[in-house]
Design a protein around this ligand. Sequence first.
Ligand SMILES: NC(=O)c1ccc[n+]([C@@H]2O[C@H](COP(=O)([O-])OP(=O)(O)OC[C@H]3O[C@@H](n4cnc5c(N)ncnc54)[C@H](OP(=O)(O)O)[C@@H]3O)[C@@H](O)[C@H]2O)c1
Length: 307
Amino acid sequence: MRAARITELGRPPETVDVDAPAGGTVVEMEVVSLNPIDLAICAGRFYGGHPEVPFVPGCEGVGRADGGLVYVFGGGLGLQRDGTLAEQVEVPEGASFELPDDVDPALASACGIAGIAGWTPVEVAGVKPDDRVLVLGATGTVGAIALQAAKLRGAARVVAAGRNRERLERAKELGADDVVELGDDMADRFKEAFGGDGPTVVIDPLWGEPVVAAAQAAAPGARTVNIGQSAGGDATFPSAVVRGKQLRIVGHSNFAMTPWDRRRAHLELLKEVQAGRVAIDVERFPLDRVHDAWQAQAEGRKAIVEL
Ligand SMILES: NC(=O)c1ccc[n+]([C@@H]2O[C@H](COP(=O)([O-])OP(=O)(O)OC[C@H]3O[C@@H](n4cnc5c(N)ncnc54)[C@H](OP(=O)(O)O)[C@@H]3O)[C@@H](O)[C@H]2O)c1
């Protein structure tokens, strides 16, 4: 069967012929969605390590088992053992669940790692109709989902922040009330975007300087949920800002959720996507263009590999 394979850390995968699984529960993969975690694992920069080289990458995907559509994630796939970027995958127990049969497999897959990470923090922050929500990195997949989730929860104002101008325009189409381009004087501009009062909630896949600026702009008692560190692994917060405004900063990790909670969040979001209330922008590539898919994902475009 055909599969993508990493033969050297730091280099994109190649398409190769490998042995099909000899037994176990086998899923015929239809699509695999790529995520920053795949790029980190395959570059040797993920804190959880990587499977022994050479290996098949991919942490999630959608395929068919016994004729039904299933979502595949977990059981060490793509992390400790060969992953999902293959025509057939032997799936460990508990690492798949059934999907409705009428969904687009690509969107159902994108609702997994990225979807849960965009959907759940808005819930964790307890966004309510009187909240003013700043979504950092709203130009990425996680942020774009978070901004739509905040709108669905009826937030009074949602502001999208990011670097990519085209994607900031897209954020407006997705419902952002205003956008802020990251750069100089971020704290002042975040504050202005909320009429001077600052956000009551910050959804943050970036960390680094943007999250510090967001804290400086935030309203008293604001809640920040951190999801990632795309802008940097460190952030220095003045104590006076955190203490003076009694800010709350909590972390979110999909890995820390129970499988049941992940599945609930995944299916909740998928329902919204199917109903047309949440859009997820994806780019589709055939397996023999996995190299291009890898590049697209590295540039922040949500890449889906079709098997
Ligand atoms: N906690 C979890 O369980 C979990 C799950 C999934 C993802 N994540 C993390 O969440 C983050 C976003 O994931 P994603 O799937 O949305 O990735 P993505 O689609 O590739 O988006 C990346 C985002 O990061 C921004 N960015 C990249 N480098 C930046 C920099 N130096 N300064 C400022 N902004 C920068 C991009 O902004 P521009 O495009 O505007 O440049 C874009 O908004 C990643 O860090 C990922 O690892 C965490």
